[in-house]
Design a protein around this ligand. Structure first.
Ligand SMILES: Cc1cc2nc3c(=O)[nH]c(=O)nc-3n(C[C@H](O)[C@H](O)[C@H](O)COP(=O)(O)OP(=O)(O)OC[C@H]3O[C@@H](n4cnc5c(N)ncnc54)[C@H](O)[C@@H]3O)c2cc1C
Length: 327
C-alpha cells in the first residue's frame, strides 16, 4: 500500500468564496511521484466536521451532522481524490502539485466535509494536508485520445483541472520542439469570469500558437461587462456545445417534451431563465464544428454529472467519440 504523507500548502488563491486554486509541497525530502497530466491523488485533512447517514421520511439516505452525546460536532479525517491541475513540468520545476477546488455545497446548508476544512487553510498557519503518496488514473491523453486528430475538452467548473494540466504540458513540450499534429479545443464554463481558472494562461497559450489550440471560455451568469468582453462567451458548457452543433438548447428540448403536461410551467420557467449561448468573437460555430470532424475527434469531459450527461448526448447525436472522468 502507498505510504501516507503530510504536505504543506504554500499558496492559496481564492477565485471566489467557493472556488480556489492551491499549491501543495510534498513532505520534506520526498518529491511527489512522477505523473501524467490528467491523473489524480488522494488528499486528506484530519479536522473535518463529520456527518452520518440517516434514512429520511422519504425513505432516501441523507447525511446530517454527526454529534456526540453532549451535542458537540464530531471531527475526524476525510480523504478524497483530486485531479491535479498543474502540468508535470511545473511539478518538476517547483516541486508542488496544484489543485482547482470548489467548496462542496452539501445537504442541510452544511458544506462538504473535506472541502470545508480545505477552505480554512491559511499558508504559514493552518497549512497541512495529508496525501497518499501515489498518483493514479487513466484519464490521460495516451489512454483516452489515441488515434484522434482532434481533441475537444469540455470542463464544467473545476472539471477544467485535468485539462489545464494537459494543455500546459502540451504547450511546454511544443516549446521544446515536441509538437504533434493534433488539434486541441478547450470549452470551459463557470458561473462568473473570476471563477474561470487559468483563463489568462490558456489565452496566452492560444495566442502563442505553439500548439493548434482554441480556447472557448463562457460564463453562465454573465454581467453586462462580460457580455461586452469579446474574448468571453456566455451560457453553460453543454448549451455552448449544442450551439456549436446547431442543436436546440437543453431547456428548449425539455420544454418540448413537457408541453401539455404537469411539468410544462417549470420547463417554461427554466427556458425563460436560460442564458443563451454565445461564443467568444474570435471563433465561430462553423469554425469550431470544422475542428470536430466526427471521424477523427474525441470529446473528453469532466465536472458536473448532469452537464456531462448532456455533453454525451451532444457527442452521441453528432457521432463523436466520448470519454469522461467520473468524480
Ligand atoms: C478522480 C476524482 C477527481 C476529483 N477531482 C476534483 C477536483 O479537481 N476538484 C474538486 O473540487 N473536486 C474533485 N473531486 C471531488 C472530490 O473528490 C470530493 O468529492 C469533493 O471535493 C467533495 O468533498 P467533501 O468532503 O467536501 O464533500 P462530502 O462531505 O464528501 O459531501 C459530498 C457528498 O457526499 C455525500 N456524503 C456526505 N457525508 C457523507 C458520509 N459521511 N459518507 C458518505 N457520503 C457522504 C453527500 O451526498 C454529499 O452531497 C474529484 C473526485 C474524483 C473521484
Amino acid at each position: 500500500m502507498a505510504e501516507r504523507k503530510v504536505g504543506t500548502v504554500v499558496h492559496w488563491q481564492n477565485l471566489s468564496s467557493i472556488l480556489s486554486i492551491f499549491r501543495l509541497m510534498p513532505e520534506d525530502g520526498s518529491p511527489f511521484p512522477d505523473y501524467k497530466a490528467g491523473q489524480y491523488i488522494a488528499l486528506r485533512r484530519e479536522d473535518c466536521r463529520l456527518t452520518k447517514r440517516v434514512v429520511g421520511e422519504d425513505g432516501k439516505p441523507h447525511y446530517v451532522p454527526d454529534e456526540d452525546e453532549a451535542r458537540n460536532r464530531k471531527v475526524g479525517p476525510v480523504t478524497h481524490s483530486y485531479s491535479i491541475s498543474s502540468a508535470p513540468f511545473e511539478t518538476t520545476r517547483g516541486r508542488h502539485l496544484e489543485f482547482y477546488v470548489v467548496l462542496e455545497a452539501g445537504e442541510c446548508n452544511e458544506p462538504g466535509r473535506l472541502t470545508e476544512s480545505l477552505f480554512r487553510i491559511h499558508p504559514g498557519e493552518d497549512d497541512k494536508v495529508g496525501y497518499v503518496n501515489r498518483i493514479v488514473g487513466d484519464f490521460t491523453l495516451d489512454k483516452r485520445t489515441a488515434g484522434a486528430r482532434s481533441v475537444v475538452f469540455v470542463g464544467t467548473g473545476t472539471g477544467l483541472a485535468p485539462f489545464a494540466g494537459m494543455i500546459k504540458q502540451l504547450d511546454f513540450e511544443a516549446a521544446q520542439g515536441r509538437r504533434g499534429d493534433v488539434r486541441y479545443t478547450v470549452f470551459h464554463a463557470n458561473r462568473s469570469r473570476v471563477e474561470l481558472a487559468y483563463h489568462e494562461e490558456l489565452q496566452a497559450i492560444e495566442a502563442a500558437g505553439r500548439i493548434d489550440f482554441v480556447y472557448v471560455p463562457s460564463v453562465s451568469r454573465p454581467t453586462a461587462q462580460d457580455r461586452d468582453d469579446p474574448r468571453l462567451g456566455t451560457g453553460r458548457a453543454s448549451n455552448v456545445m449544442r450551439h456549436v452543433f446547431g442543436m436546440p438548447l437543453k431547456e428548449e428540448e425539455e420544454m418540448r417534451r413537457a408541453e401539455g403536461g404537469p411539468e410544462a410551467a417549470a420547463a417554461a420557467a427554466a427556458l425563460e431563465k436560460a442564458v443563451r449561448p454565445t461564443l467568444p468573437r474570435h471563433v465561430s460555430a462553423s469554425d469550431l464544428q470544422a475542428r470536430c470532424n466526427p471521424a477523427e475527434t474525441v470529446i473528453l469531459t469532466c465536472g458536473n454529472p448532469l452537464a456531462m450527461a448532456d455533453i454525451k448526448h451532444v457527442a452521441d447525436t453528432n457521432h463523436i467519440r466520448y470519454e469522461k472522468e467520473d468524480w
